[in-house]
Ligand binder design. Structure first.
Ligand code: AGP
Length: 612
């Protein structure tokens, strides 16, 4: 996700070189453009510079920051969410008079409404971003009092934001505001800082204030003040950060993978919330009418690896809710099997990176055969995003660990939303059913968060299987899709051989591999299949297996057969993958940790497989 920095200091120290250095400590967060704005004491104006691509471009363009003179400024590295990675869309964003500059991390969910309102009042927008709406709103409400203006705008914004703001008539001051996106304030003797994350300022100060939701900060070289959204002063205690720079990049987690698992609740919220409006699922990016959706005869979902597993779940949910036939393909198979695509077929390509060669080739094959195509993509402006007819972005933010976790979760969310939207358009569900489904979706982030609280139990269990050679995952229906992902997570980071099987299929050969002590992970969350799955547990138990079961709270009968039971919260059976996958991600993570492996960079693997 985006990186924000800010510096204001007394004396001769120039802000721009410090901003560049601080931004360089946030590069690990992933970005596709960068920029900074500095208050120039001589011209009494805000000067700024932006660039697409790497931070080095900004460094070169400003001669190491020398071209931007001044002791107070803000900087930004952008991970594109709304609007392609271009110079115009890069931050900072300024009002037309260039008297206010803003850098932003987060997603403004009601930005379209405010963009329209301000355009009706004569405002001209230059970029496609949600962020530009913020600076124009600040301009619209500005009465010379930054604090009052900022809180006025905060009361109208919906979504998540961490903001750094300069006002040209308040020299030397930086304002910051926060809701749901992280933001810290640093204090040194003669300077103050803002940053999205600790690494940015560790070399300048370890004296840090963590901003809370709906708080505003005012920074001057000698002081930092905090206020609540009612403009009342807030007393905050500084924290002394003891981390080293590498630990800080991972937010104190040992590996990015664990950090990203913990980011799943926010990734799910960020992908879900902007597409739920007035109690309905609204997916503007589809650019399809209800009639066009009703005209779809068949859906193909094409992807690789974990994205394919999300597609397998998508098949069950889409067919269950919208009653559209769905064919799920592994992209490297789809592209060479001369697929039968006819008028009215719709092909969905799921890809975190948007650069997977097989998935890109499958997209081109589908288009060549006349299908309408949709990309469910995490990286804005990636090849698949650009070439698909329409793109539905997942807003997981940058995923650094090779093994996907939070991005996979957002791919599931995208499939759930599509299925509900298609089911409604085809008259398969009514308003009440849609509302019930949406209520269950809205509960998922907190339920995922609850799951994370039990990670110590998973770690303890994982430590018993560090020497395992073979692990089998079994399930039926959506539980099979969950098993596929659980198996891949384990083998790709711990190098323990693992296979996922439809539970009913085991007896057709593979059960010959079950012997004393063999670990079998059984996923049982589908009410109509649990009894069948319990009989599959009995089958493997009778051949000596040790069974870890993942099931929904209340299914205590599983305890009569399984050896170790992990419970996940109740939700609609269509959505349970989002909860059941969490203990399986953690299981794979802790087995890999226990085996002393580099979890973030497993051998032989790349984050994006851009070759055949
Ligand atoms: C998942 O943990 C793996 N890293 C891999 O299977 C990945 O899902 C697959 O390569 C697809 O990548 P994409 O989503 O970027 O297309």
């Amino acid at each position: 996700m985006c990186g924000i920095v800010g510096y204001t200091g007394s004396g001769a120290k120039q802000a721009a070189p410090i901003l560049l250095d601080s931004l360089s400590k946030l590069e690990y967060r992933g970005y596709d453009s960068a920029g900074m704005a500095v208050y120039d004491d001589e011209t009494k104006s805000i000067q700024f510079q932006k660039t697409v691509g790497r931070l080095k471009g900004l460094y070169d363009r400003t001669h190491g920051g020398a071209d931007l003179k001044g002791t107070c400024g803000i900087g930004h590295t952008r991970w594109a969410t709304h609007g392609e990675p271009t110079e115009v869309n890069a931050h900072p964003h300024l009002n037309s008079k260039q008297t206010i500059a803003v850098v932003h991390n987060g997603i403004i969910e009601n930005y379209l409404r405010w963009r329209k309102r301000l355009q009706d009042k004569g405002y001209i927008f230059k970029s496609d971003t949600d962020t530009e709406v913020i600076v124009q709103m600040l301009d619209y409400y500005y009465d010379g009092d930054p604090l009052k203006t900022i809180t006025t705008v905060m009361q109208r914004l919906e979504g998540s934001y961490a903001l750094g703001i300069l006002f040209s008539d308040h020299a030397g001051e930086i304002y910051a505001a926060r809701k749901d996106s992280p933001l810290i304030v640093g204090k040194a003797d003669d300077a103050a800082f803002i940053a999205s994350d600790v690494p940015a300022i560790l070399s300048y100060t370890r004296n840090v204030y963590y901003m809370e939701n709906e708080e505003v900060a005012r920074l001057t070289p000698g002081a930092v003040e905090f206020f609540n959204i009612d403009e009342e002063p807030v007393q905050k205690e500084a924290v002394t950060v003891s981390w080293d720079i590498h630990a800080a990049e991972k937010g104190g987690y040992e590996y990015f993978m664990l950090k990203e698992i913990h980011e799943e609740p926010k990734a799910v919220s960020d992908t879900l919330n902007p597409r739920i409006r007035d109690g309905h699922v609204v997916i503007d990016e589809l650019n399809m009418t209800d009639e066009e959706i009703r005209g779809i005869h068949k859906l193909f979902i094409v992807a690789c690896g974990s994205a394919y597993h999300a597609g397998v779940t998508g098949k069950y949910v889409m067919e269950g809710l919208a009653r559209i036939p769905v064919e799920v393909d592994i992209a490297s198979e789809f592209r060479y099997r001369d697929p039968i695509i006819e008028e009215g077929d719709y092909v969905i390509i799921i890809s975190q990176s948007g650069e997977t060669a097989d998935s890109l080739a499958a997209l081109r094959e589908a288009k060549k055969r006349g299908a309408r195509t949709l990309g469910i993509i995490n990286v804005v402006g990636s090849s698949i995003a650009r070439e698909a007819d329409n793109v539905m972005y997942t807003w997981a933010g940058p995923e650094i660990a090779v093994a996907t976790t939070k991005a996979y979760q957002t791919q599931l969310i995208a499939m759930y939303l599509l299925s509900i939207r298609f089911a409604k358009a085809r008259g398969k569900i009514d308003d009440a059913q849609e509302k019930a489904l949406i209520d269950d979706l809205k509960a998922l982030p907190e339920q995922i968060r609850m799951q994370l609280a039990s990670k110590a139990d998973i770690q303890k269990f994982a430590n018993r299987y560090l020497a395992a050679e073979h692990v089998f995952f079994i399930g039926r229906g959506i539980d099979y899709a969950i098993s596929l992902e659980g198996s891949l997570k384990l083998k790709e980071i711990s190098y323990v051989h693992s296979e996922a099987y439809p539970a009913g299929e085991l007896k057709h050969g593979t059960i010959s591999l079950i012997e004393d002590g063999r670990l079998v992970v059984a996923v049982l969350t589908q009410p109509n299949l649990i009894k069948k799955e319990i009989s599959n547990i009995v089958e493997v138990k009778s051949r000596g297996a040790f069974v870890m079961a993942v099931t929904t709270v209340g299914n205590t009968e599983v305890e009569k057969t399984a050896d170790y039971v992990v419970y996940v919260p109740k939700t609609n059976p269509y959505f349970v993958n989002s909860l059941a996958v969490v203990p399986l991600q953690l299981f794979g993570y802790y087995v890999a940790i226990g085996r002393g492996l580099d979890v973030d960079k497993p051998r032989n693997l790349a984050k994006s497989v851009t070759v055949e």
